[in-house]
Design a protein around this ligand. Structure first.
Ligand SMILES: [Zn+2]
Ligand SMILES: [Zn+2]
Length: 224
């Protein structure tokens, strides 16, 4: 059904260049996706010489233990992520989820996969949670959509200065059961400051989780 919808939406044209394509992206556009360079901090997925733990993670360790990010948040990754998030292009979810899945370390095992939740109000207005749509294509067998809930919406993180994002999400999430010793993967579309993922990881660890890893489609670089 999803395959059929994808064909109906895109009519055999590449989502990016509109040239002929057998999948959502033509082979040329897929080959040009901005895959992240290899030498990344294992904890936050920012570039780090030799793939060592970066200075920021050493100085202020985040609550999450590791981050796997597939793409840099550059064109066309930004266009794909925004089309899924704001324009209901759900047929992009298998592509974006597949890119994350391909990036996971061999043998990576978690007990549960949790999409970053939307508040009930935002879910009603958007009609779907893009993080959940992505997560369905990363590790569907481990998906638990009810484990974590969002109690309230702050201002959208995108509209806030970086320094205020941490405060904006503090206490926003709630974990619905104890997770003694569990290993959890949290799925999101974009990781920018990491404030939202840090807060979710803090919430999951308070519930007993031993390890929390982020699986994200795209990583924004903080220097600008
Ligand atoms: Zn193309
Ligand atoms: Zn780091």
């Amino acid at each position: 059904m999803r395959k059929f919808l994808g064909d109906a939406f895109f009519g055999g044209a590449c989502f990016v260049c509109r040239g002929g394509a057998r999948a959502i992206l033509c082979e040329a556009c897929r080959a040009e996706l901005p895959l992240l360079a290899r030498e990344l901090c294992p904890r936050c997925a920012l570039e780090s010489p030799g793939g060592a733990l970066c200075g920021r993670c050493l100085a202020e360790p985040p609550a999450y233990d590791a981050t796997v990010a597939a793409l840099a948040y550059d064109f066309p990754a930004d266009a794909l992520v925004q089309a899924l998030k704001f324009r209901g292009e759900l047929a992009l979810a298998p592509l974006l989820g597949g890119l994350v899945r391909e990036r996971l370390p061999a043998g990576e095992r978690v007990d549960w996969v949790v999409p970053v939740p939307l508040s009930a109000a935002r879910l009603r207005s958007r009609g779907y949670n893009q993080a959940l749509e992505i997560a369905r294509h990363v590790a569907p067998a481990r998906l638990d959509i009810d484990l974590c809930a969002r109690q309230r919406d702050g201002a959208p993180q995108m509209q806030l200065p970086w320094a205020e994002r941490q405060r904006n999400v503090r206490g926003a999430f709630d974990c619905r059961r104890a997770l003694p010793g569990a290993s959890i993967a949290v799925v999101d579309d974009v990781m920018t400051t990491g404030a939202t993922l840090d807060e979710i990881a803090r919430t999951l660890k308070r519930a007993g989780a031993a390890r929390v890893v982020n699986w994200v489609v795209a990583r924004t670089l903080p220097s600008a």
